[in-house]
Design a protein around this ligand. Structure first.
Ligand SMILES: C/C(=C\Cc1cc(O)c2ccccc2c1O)CCC[C@H](C)CCC[C@H](C)CCCC(C)C
Ligand code: SAM
Length: 240
């Protein structure tokens, strides 16, 4: 797989600001709605509880934050953080259509997950869906996540994964190159979606993610490959 040099933070921010208008529809169409299942699977492994305060890093259009809010409502809180103003605006707009029970639990903050604007030990748990592969400094992201979590807190990190099975790998390559990018091309977003494949080629595999989480101080770490190995969920717990 060809790998390219990593884009800068500004370039990544611009990618997501540009794809914001089609982001949700593309995800639903291109994953046949499966990405919503994958997000729910991630939550089943970190179990947000009613009344807790959770952080959704790289929240984008707010999908995952809304799922967590449904579990911590009515007294809990979920803070979605992202540096894309365009996707955050969509998250805020979409949350207006949720019932007041959820709306009261959700808040949105523009910020950089590599320098979170929260005190140490603030959150009971966290989610990070399709964000770790897009940050420019994975160890710093995991260090910030560890800092703002309470001891005993869990986090679920969902992202693409490279299958070990050659056939699944070939399908993933085919799908990204011959389905995803051509569709994006029809909306003048070729480069934005062509970024996925090299970002995946650079992305640490499951056991490497476990090591990175352990190096960041997480005492319990487990990586699950799902969707025939094309996606992965890292479950981590702050134990000290
Ligand atoms: C929700 C998903 C991807 C989010 C996402 C992550 C990124 O890093 C991007 C970078 C640049 C542009 C867009 C994104 C982005 O949308 C996963 C589902 C959407 C995927 C684009 C579809 C790929 C699915 C699997 C490779 C194969 C699915 C097989 C089967 C048809 C379900
Ligand atoms: C693929 S989207 C994921 C959005 C959402 N979590 C989801 O599951 O659909 C990746 C998001 O990460 C955000 N992002 C990337 N690097 C970031 C950083 N350093 N700080 C804050 N947000 C960042 C992008 O703006 C984008 O919204």
């Amino acid at each position: 797989m060809r790998t390219e040099s990593q884009p800068s933070e500004t370039e990544i921010q611009q990618i997501f600001d540009r794809i914001a208008p089609v982001y949700d529809r593309f995800n639903d169409f291109l994953s046949l709605g499966q990405h919503r299942i994958w997000k729910k699977m991630a939550l089943r492994w970190c179990e947000p509880q009613r009344g807790e305060t959770w952080l959704d890093l790289c929240c984008g259009s707010g999908d995952m934050a809304a799922l967590v809010a449904n579990l911590v409502a009515p007294t809990g809180q979920v803070v979605g953080v992202d540096f894309s103003a365009q996707l955050l605006a969509i998250a805020a707009e979409r949350s207006q259509s949720y019932g007041s029970r959820l709306q009261k639990c959700l808040s949105w903050q523009q910020g950089n997950v590599l320098a979170l604007p929260f005190d140490d030990a603030t959150f009971d748990g966290a989610t990070l869906a399709y964000g770790l592969r897009n940050v420019t400094d994975i160890p710093q992201c995991l260090a910030e996540l560890h800092r703002v979590l309470k001891v005993g807190a869990m986090a679920a990190i969902l992202d693409f994964h490279r299958p070990s099975d050659r056939l699944a790998q070939a399908f993933q390559d085919f799908y990204l190159d011959r389905v995803v990018v051509p569709l994006a091309d029809r909306f003048n977003m070729t480069e934005e979606y062509a970024y996925i494949a090299p970002s995946l080629a650079r992305f640490p595999i499951g056991k490497e993610q476990v090591k990175l989480a352990q190096d960041a101080g997480f005492g319990q770490t487990k990586h699950y490959a799902i969707a025939n190995g094309m996606m992965g969920i890292l479950i981590i717990k702050k134990t000290a």
